[in-house]
Ligand binder design. Structure first.
Ligand code: GLA
Length: 735
């Protein structure tokens, strides 16, 4: 067991491999946060609360209760009882009151980890989890809040969530129900977030904390291009390899808030949960509400270690399914090759060429259904566009299979076009506010996935397609955000539940799909990477990273994504040049080397590219297959930092047993009359020797590679890197 309760000090201790988390039941049953950091011996840490120091003193004849409440580091802070910092919970009771006061009532510790009803969450993998549930009670409101914490045997991660229950006779409303609060006894940190836009997702932002509140959020109904549901705070001097870092990642795909508040005493409160703006959830007698999960990590080994902690837990305790531990088939997607302009012959001509080159799966993207020739129609009409797919889907798939390739298909299940048979039949199925005009985006509306009959119907149509041919992959897309958020079926006092009910509906359908079709490889996508979140990783082992497929833009996008999410989950393809998003020309080799970091595939018209490029494809596939196990299971190290110096980038995958290293370098801008760059490797065995696979004469000690570095890349003539956007891959093997 890695969780203990000390009866004398009333302290809970949660141990992970290298970290410790402590909280204590203090005066009058308040649950205080004591410590999150390196491992400590079993000693009393109550002194950290400064109870002997005004204004932190719990009570002096109850005189100073107010200042005590405003200063105690609460494990799960409430509103309305003297704590004026941001609260984790907000309520409205049947009398119109908003005060809430949660006190410790009981706890239990057990092996394993409970599933969270209707929600994605990490799971126990072969007995590697221990869980603590602390029951908190507001006996006036009759609200029970169960704080749930799980630790994992092999990673420095703590998973936490909260379950609420109305145990009284009157209904009340949760107006906010965050999943986690983390109190830190200093404000001397930088806040790191991942922000961006379409085609520019997850750019790294780092700012020193300041007094007051600083936050990122989504109110778009999905996790979003703009802000990723993640935040970290780190010491001012933290870099990739050194310094303290606290990381929080939300296992959720809808509206969220991630906030840091620095208070009057230079302490910091971190909060994460479903966005409380425009949120309300009615709890009738006996009803539960389950808040989604937050994954927390702490390290004093820098931002890179934070990332590796997240990668490890996601790879072993979050991602599921047949492809979890498998190299994914090398696919070719026709989107950037044809957009909406394709038919059976065109797709087969791509398959003809692709199969000869060793590509293993053809993915038919948007435009195969209804009468869809552009993005202005047919969403919801999930039947085959026979004029395009002459001979039908089954025929197409059989022909693709005959060429030795698998077949995959695109859906956008949550959407409905005004120009569709579905909308004519069921206009009320679109999310809308009765009497208001519906806002279009990409000429489409969003289906009300809170309604079971809507989900059932869409699923029925998807099944008809999936059962009609040998389909082995689905790209589940989501191309607009929510507006006029109202449902035709919810009562007025439950309308604000729709944001969350929508997300639960999406999860429900993904759950049905992955349960009924366990062999299908599911890839998530949302206008590129607007749903690259840990919630989605529970259903799909890979997510399309960005619609920006330019290899140089991808350096930043993939590096930002790797802050939290494992490379094995990043949808990454070699696409055509000039690149369709930025018009840049990059070498075919570099495009392959950069896409190899992720799931790897092609997104171009292979019948029209140059012979020279085409010739490289079999080699790229061979290279991907050779290194994919290392990429999927190894430790990832960022070496370059394009956010600080965008003239070069480098990164590395190191086997867990340190037996091999894959080093990749991209020279973004060539430099005249300069020496080669000296680049230090990371994470190797310092006592071992490594040789270059392509030049076994060259042997280095792990110490030399890490402390002195290697010269990239002119030292051997075969190594020379020539021109802008050129790349180099070097494989080192332990001697
Ligand atoms: C989104 C996706 C693309 C493509 C198009 C199709 O933009 O990110 O990859 O599937 O939709 O409309």
């Amino acid at each position: 067991m890695n969780i203990f309760f000390n009866q004398n000090t009333k302290t809970f201790t949660l141990n992970t491999q290298n970290t410790q988390y402590r909280m204590a039941v203090v005066s009058d049953g308040y649950l205080a946060h004591l410590w999150y950091g390196g491992k400590l011996p079993d000693e009393d840490l109550i002194y950290l609360l400064r109870f002997d120091e005004s204004p932190f003193t719990p009570e002096t004849n109850n005189r100073e209760r107010g200042s005590f409440m405003d200063n105690l580091p609460f494990e799960y802070p409430c509103f309305g009882i003297g704590d004026y910092r941001e609260s984790a919970i907000a309520v409205l009771d049947s009398e119109g009151m908003s005060a809430c006061d949660l006190r410790y009532s009981s706890h239990k510790i057990y092996s394993g980890k409970p599933a969270l009803e209707g929600l994605p969450a990490t799971f126990d993998n072969g007995g590697d989890c221990t869980t603590l549930e602390i029951e908190m009670l507001d006996s006036h409101l009759n609200l029970k809040a169960t704080l749930i914490y799980s630790v994992f045997e092999n990673s420095d991660i703590i998973a936490r969530s909260v379950r609420f229950k109305n145990i009284g006779n009157e209904p009340f409303y949760l107006k906010r129900a965050y999943s986690a609060c983390l109190e830190l006894d200093s404000s001397q940190y930088d806040m790191i977030t991942l922000n961006g836009s379409w085609a520019r997702e997850r750019m790294v932002q780092r700012q020193p904390l300041h007094i007051g509140k600083q936050s990122i959020e989504s109110l778009r109904g999905e996790s979003s291009h703009q802000n990723n549901p993640f935040m970290a705070v780190c010491s001012h001097n933290a870099d990739e390899d050194n310094g303290e870092v606290y990381g929080l990642c939300f296992v959720y795909s809808g509206n969220f808030t991630a906030m840091a508040e620095v208070d009057q005493h230079d302490k910091t409160r971190l909060l994460m949960g479903i966005n409380g703006f425009d949120f309300s959830w009615k709890l009738e007698t006996g009803e539960n509400f389950q808040a989604p999960e937050v994954l927390m990590t702490y390290t004093n080994k820098g931002i890179g270690q934070m990332s590796r902690n997240f990668h490890d837990v996601m790879r072993s305790n979050l991602i599921r399914g047949k492809y979890k531990d498998k190299t994914r088939p090398v696919l070719i997607n026709n989107w950037e090759a044809t957009y909406f302009k394709f038919d059976t012959d065109k797709l087969l001509s791509i398959a003809d060429e692709a199969s000869k080159l060793g590509i293993e799966m053809l993915v038919m993207d948007d435009g195969w259904f209804g009468h869809r020739d552009s993005d202005n129609s047919s969403l919801g009409d999930w039947f085959v566009y026979e004029e395009k797919l002459k001979g039908g889907l089954k025929h197409l798939v059989e022909q693709v299979n005959k060429r030795g390739m698998k077949f995959g298909i695109w859906f956008e299940p949550e959407m409905i076009s005004p120009d569709s048979e579905l909308f004519k039949a069921h206009p009320d199925w679109a999310i809308q506010v009765k009497g208001r005009p519906l806002t279009q985006s990409r000429e489409q509306y969003v289906l009300d996935f809170s309604r079971k009959e809507v989900r059932d119907y869409i699923y029925f149509m998807m099944r008809e397609i999936l059962d009609s041919a040998n389909i082995e992959y689905i790209k589940w897309d989501m191309n607009r955000q929510l507006t006029e958020v109202g449902s035709a079926t919810l009562p007025a006092d439950r309308q604000r539940e729709l944001w969350h009910r929508y997300v639960l509906g999406v999860y429900d359908l993904m759950n049905r799909l992955t349960t009924d079709y366990p062999d299908i490889l599911l890839e998530n996508c949302s206008g590129g990477g607007a749903r690259f979140d840990a919630g989605m990783l529970y259903y799909s082992p890979q997510i399309w990273c960005s619609d920006d497929t330019d290899a140089i833009e991808r350096l930043k996008i993939q590096a930002g994504t790797s802050y939290v999410y494992p490379c094995s989950a990043m949808g990454a393809h070699v696409s055509d040049c000039p690149n369709h998003t930025v018009g840049r020309n990059t070498p075919f080799k570099t495009r392959g080397d950069v896409a190899m970091v992720g799931t790897f595939g092609y997104e171009l018209d292979v019948t029209r590219i140059s012979e020279e490029d085409k010739k490289q494809i079999p080699h790229q596939i061979e290279q991907f297959k050779k290194y994919n196990l290392l990429i999927r299971t190894g430790d990832f190290y960022r070496i370059g930092n394009m956010f600080e110096d965008n003239t070069w980038d480098a990164w590395e995958f190191v086997a867990k047993n340190k037996s091999e290293v894959l080093f990749e370098f991209v020279q973004v801008l060539a430099r005249p009359n300069m020496r080669s760059r000296r680049i230090k490797l990371k994470g190797l065995d310092p006592n071992a020797y490594y040789f270059r696979e392509d030049n076994p004469e060259q042997v280095f000690s792990g110490k030399a590679l890490m402390q002195c570095g290697i010269n990239v890349a002119k030292i051997w003539s075969a190594d020379e890197i020539w021109g802008d956007f050129a790349s180099k891959v070097i494989h080192f093997i332990k001697a």
